[in-house]
Design a protein around this ligand. Sequence first.
Ligand SMILES: NC(=O)c1ccc[n+]([C@@H]2O[C@H](COP(=O)([O-])OP(=O)(O)OC[C@H]3O[C@@H](n4cnc5c(N)ncnc54)[C@H](OP(=O)(O)O)[C@@H]3O)[C@@H](O)[C@H]2O)c1
Length: 407
Amino acid sequence: MELDETYMLRCLQLARRGMSWVSPNPWVGAVLVNDFESGAKPYPKHEKILAEAWHARFGKAHAEQALLNSLPIDFDYAGTTLYVNLEPCAHVGKTPSCANLLIEKGIPRVVVGMLDPNPLVAGKGIDLLQSAGIRVELGVLEKDCMFLNRRFVVNQLHKRAYTMLKWAESADGLMDGMNQNRKVISGSESHHWVHEQRAMIDAVLVGIDTWQKDKPRLNIRHGLQGVMQANIDLPHVNKNPVRIVLDRHLRGQYDQESLARSDGNLLIVYEEGVAIKSPAAASRNGITKDVNSSLPDGITTITKTGKDIKSAESQAYLLEMPKQYSMPMLMKALLELGIGSVMVEGGAKILSMFIDAGCVDEVHILRSQTLVLEKGLQSPVWTGPLLTQESALGNDAHWSWYSPTSK
Ligand SMILES: NC(=O)c1ccc[n+]([C@@H]2O[C@H](COP(=O)([O-])OP(=O)(O)OC[C@H]3O[C@@H](n4cnc5c(N)ncnc54)[C@H](OP(=O)(O)O)[C@@H]3O)[C@@H](O)[C@H]2O)c1
């Protein structure tokens, strides 16, 4: 592997530390390296790496800015190369333009993994750097950089939340048995994998029947072994994803117990025309309890408010969608609320709606090799391209597919 690729790989490792904290911004890591040939002195701590940083939180310093901030103000950048997996921004937003910061510091060489996927800004950062006389290499490990930021790419190109489908099925293709109690289908390795995904995603989504029957917690409970194995230490605690329930008629039970199953906020999506009644009003009017009478007190209806509903508050919010809204419409509305990625966890009907609408960027099926249910709920029929088998998760086979936009 070439040196440029080695340092770009390090950028990708650092970038993932942003976990779900930076969304809907991209994952970006930056590394500043000494070029010995130009005579600069090695930093005492590392042989060649002078500094490294990553974008850690939405609204906070971009990776390049965080890296520059970590060095003394009078640091001599002569003979250095800066590596970054995404084109430095050229616009002044919540933070100053990264391209201008690099120019100000006099960094002579910048190696970039991929262009910004937003067609309106792609190439502008590179142009700024080159016009200032900086040597720029573009496209080092480009495919890996695109894959790492596949969610951001989909957000930018399609203006909707990235959609990942995931379900567990028995060896005979069933998602649940006939019993009233939920059947645990996958093994502990699969559970760990799912919980790692939850740590990286903004929201998890289920249908109302899954919400009612399984009473799922939809939080992060199991260790993040895979993340550790990938040599990514966890700089800050995980944030539970927002829980989304598709309940177009508002027939679910949303009492304090269900709210408290996770400190991730709860977003209940219903269709326009459904009357919302508070518990007090419901009892006053003598309305029976199962007609949306169990919405928690203080529930807030949100539209496109720009409110950050990803903060962990264990609050419930209502999102009204038009009648017979489509799944792409929903994903668009979610991105407008700042939710950049969603893992759809079931049940079969809701998963099938996403498949039928072609609103899928990534799919994962965890198939038990041992459990046979014989009768029960059929898994959704995957009508997309061929799935690829990944390494097994314990006793479960892991089949997946990623859309070409994300590859
Ligand atoms: N193995 C796994 O990975 C896994 C994961 C999750 C769940 N499960 C199992 O799956 C079962 C539940 O799955 P399910 O397929 O019966 O139900 P589901 O997919 O959880 O929920 C389906 C219901 O959602 C409602 N809905 C809400 N918004 C909708 C919309 N925009 N368009 C259409 N329908 C909408 C519909 O009810 P209304 O018509 O009343 O609106 C529909 O019947 C449970 O047994 C659970 O244990 C298994």
